[in-house]
Design a protein around this ligand. Structure first.
Ligand code: LMR
Length: 397
């Protein structure tokens, strides 16, 4: 049977991770996969997470199954964090939610829910978007199209083009996939004013916002980074949410996330809730618990939560410092546009205006690892290697 299988090309981000691992150069600069690193290049476990894990080790009484939608205490805490405690949609019973296996699991649960409710809906995604959005969503059997987003010359969001394109091409009932903050791969976020305009546009056009919230806390702040999501929830009758704890809790391999849908009525939320359970059951049966238990422990404990928030602030502060230092180093003749973009963009990523050949040259000639599309994880640099990084970027540009 398996002789007939065709080999598939490796996932670009995972392949880059391997390439960098096998580069013997001790001075290599890994700006590939989206993980936060400290000045020593380590991705450490947050203190709040370590403490919660130790407490949980003593408190945990059983490893028996929880259920198809996973840890509900975790999901409730997460929704309070994302929407704001006692949000109207929550108190009115208009939110269905499920813990998921990471943010990717949440995207897949949400995609399967759309497929169940409106199989003909087209999912519109920014150009570019996170590479894994496409396989995750299309393998649920949904059709995807792109809308203009990032201008590779100005390195800014083309908001007018985005709205005009959706206005002409999207039809009522379609879904618009949005990055809540820290756009992956470009770092170019919508401003609060643009979110205001977009939310009204989506409501008027009867388009469903689907917000991927994978990096909140690492852009402008925990509250500031959910401005857009809260705006669409306040403006549109229905909203899909895929949230991840991989980055802001640094729980990457624990695969911790959640899917939620805000519905127009409590009846629709009840139906969606049962669908989430049924969908998860047929894909992975139940999500893993450890990461969710730890996050629930942190968010349910005032002192641990305060500590975690300070750790998020620290990670964000470091990313901002790295951006500023890199921007200063790039701000020479010919590098001004990139310098400005790197300073202003948010979160871990920026997409540099390089060709595939230039991205390859960065790898082969400078041991600097970014994707072929130009995505660079700024959080993978450090203050010591930034001068070398800037020189390499300027050399290939
Ligand atoms: C990334 O974009 O690098 C991360 O979200 C990791 C991944 O799974 O691609």
């Amino acid at each position: 049977m398996f002789e007939a299988l065709m080999a598939r090309p490796p996932d670009a981000i995972m392949a880059l991770m391997e390439m960098c691992r096998s580069d013997p150069n001790p001075n290599k600069i890994d700006l590939g996969v989206g993980v936060y690193k400290d000045e020593q290049g380590r991705t450490t476990i947050l203190d709040s997470v370590k403490q919660a894990e130790q407490l949980w080790l003593n408190e945990e009484q059983t490893k028996t199954y929880i259920g198809t939608v996973g840890n509900k205490v975790f999901s409730n805490h997460m929704m309070d964090l994302i929407l704001g405690k006692d949000h109207k949609a929550l108190s009115e019973g208009r939110v269905a939610m499920s813990q998921s296996a990471g943010g990717s699991g949440a995207l897949r649960l949400a995609a399967e829910l759309i497929k169940e409710a409106a199989p003909e809906a087209v999912i519109w995604a920014s150009t570019p978007t996170w590479a894994n959005h496409v396989p995750l969503i299309t393998s649920a059997g949904l059709k995807m199209e792109g809308y203009p987003y990032y201008n590779r010359e100005t390195l800014c969001v083309d908001f007018e083009d985005m709205i005009n394109h959706l206005d002409c091409k999207a039809k009522a009932g379609d879904v618009v996939l949005l990055h809540g903050c820290c756009h992956n791969p470009t770092g170019a976020d919508l401003s609060d004013k643009q979110w205001d305009v977009l939310a009204k546009f989506l409501a008027d056009k009867k388009l469903l916002p689907f917000v991927d919230l994978a990096y909140f806390g690492l852009g402008r702040g925990l509250k500031e980074d959910v401005y857009g999501l809260r705006k669409v929830v306040a403006t549109c009758p229905e909203v899909l949410i895929a949230a991840s704890c991989s980055k802001n809790f640094a729980l990457y391999r624990e695969r911790t996330g959640m899917a939620a849908v805000v519905t127009a009525t409590p009846e629709a939320a009840k139906a969606a809730q049962s669908q989430f359970g049924a969908i998860q059951r047929k894909i992975i049966s139940m999500p893993p618990d450890h990461g969710a238990a730890v996050v629930a422990r942190i968010l349910g404990d005032a002192a641990l939560k305060t500590q975690w928030m300070a750790e998020v602030d620290m990670m964000r502060g470091r990313i901002t410092d790295l951006r500023k230092t890199l921007s200063d180093a790039l701000n020479v003749q010919g590098g001004e546009v990139v310098a400005k973009a790197v300073r202003e963009q948010k979160g871990m990523f920026s997409t540099l205006p390089v060709t595939q050949a230039q991205a390859e040259a960065l790898r082969t000639q400078h041991s600097v690892y970014i994707t072929n599309s130009g995505r660079a994880n700024i959080a993978g640099a450090n203050l010591e290697n930034i001068p070398r990084l800037a020189e390499a970027i300027l050399a290939v540009l």
